[in-house]
Design a protein around this ligand. Structure first.
Ligand code: ADP
Ligand code: MG
Length: 245
């Protein structure tokens, strides 16, 4: 496929004997936004973690920018830098300032020029309205602010692909919009390729080019966003959408 960023073929994942992902197949092209939806325990986080090399898998293949990804291989370390990820729990280092949290990857891992990176970080912080906070420590930030910093930290590594796993799930309601707006801007302005796991159905509907609906470790639907929300093909998806209302 033209402009294909990532392709997953026949992926099977087990935790010991527990079979949690069954024959997962899909691909995503440049600039496309997929929302990965499904009930709790359906395997969304596991799939996201497999894509980022955080989980080994038993069978199947992941191809990232036409290169096969083999978990635990050296090239994986390099590839992973191109894939940004933000989780539900903002795992900022508590003993580093906001700025140092963000600088760590680009300067220590990617060995980029510190002044250049700082300049860029200022622009990113400005964009998420947190420039005034760059010298504070994570504990001085609200949950929503921490999550915006976690996104900036991921973006500072120049990812070609972003994974978001329920990034607003542990936020107070009034913090949610600010974080979602940043992700929306990434889709609109920067044409970022993204897979987003979310329980915010209005947001999912707004942002999704495509929906993958996962249930019990299988993809039951792979549908254009508009179609999925208007007219889901499976009873399981209908039930899911009703339960989210
Ligand atoms: P979701 O993100 O959709 O809620 P998960 O990917 O977290 O689903 O979980 C999928 C299934 O795998 C669940 O049955 C869960 O209990 C199980 N699971 C998740 N992580 C582990 C683990 N580290 N060890 C064993 N089982 C796990
Ligand atoms: Mg999860």
């Amino acid at each position: 496929m033209a402009n294909e960023v990532l392709k997953v073929e026949h992926l099977e994942k087990y935790y010991q004997k527990k079979h949690v992902l069954h024959d997962i197949n899909f691909s995503i092209s440049k600039g496309e936004v997929i929302t990965l939806l499904g009930p709790s325990g359906s395997g969304k986080s596991t799939l996201i973690r497999c894509l980022n090399g955080l989980e080994d898998f038993r069978n199947g293949e992941i191809t990232f920018e036409n290169k096969k990804v083999i978990p635990n291989e050296k090239n994986w370390q390099q590839l992973r830098q191109k894939i940004g990820m933000v989780f539900q729990s903002y795992d900022l280092f508590p003993n580093l300032t906001v700025l140092d949290n963000i600088l760590l990857g680009p300067t220590k891992v990617q060995k980029r020029n510190v002044d250049e990176v700082k300049q860029e970080v200022d622009e990113l912080l400005e964009k998420v309205d947190l420039l005034d906070y760059k010298n504070v420590y994570p504990r001085q930030l609200s949950g929503g602010q921490k999550q915006r910093i976690a996104i900036v930290r991921a973006l500072a590594l120049h990812p070609e692909f972003m994974l978001f796993d329920e990034v607003t799930a542990s936020l107070d309601p009034e913090m949610v919009r600010g974080v979602l707006n940043i992700i929306q801007d990434l889709a609109d302005e920067d044409d970022m390729t993204m897979i987003i796991v979310t329980h915010e159905m209005n947001f999912a509907q707004q942002i999704a080019d495509r929906v993958l609906f996962l249930k019990d470790g299988s993809i039951l639907e792979d549908t254009p966003g508009k179609e999925f929300f208007k007219n889901p093909a499976t009873d399981q998806a209908k039930e899911f959408l009703q339960s989210m209302n």
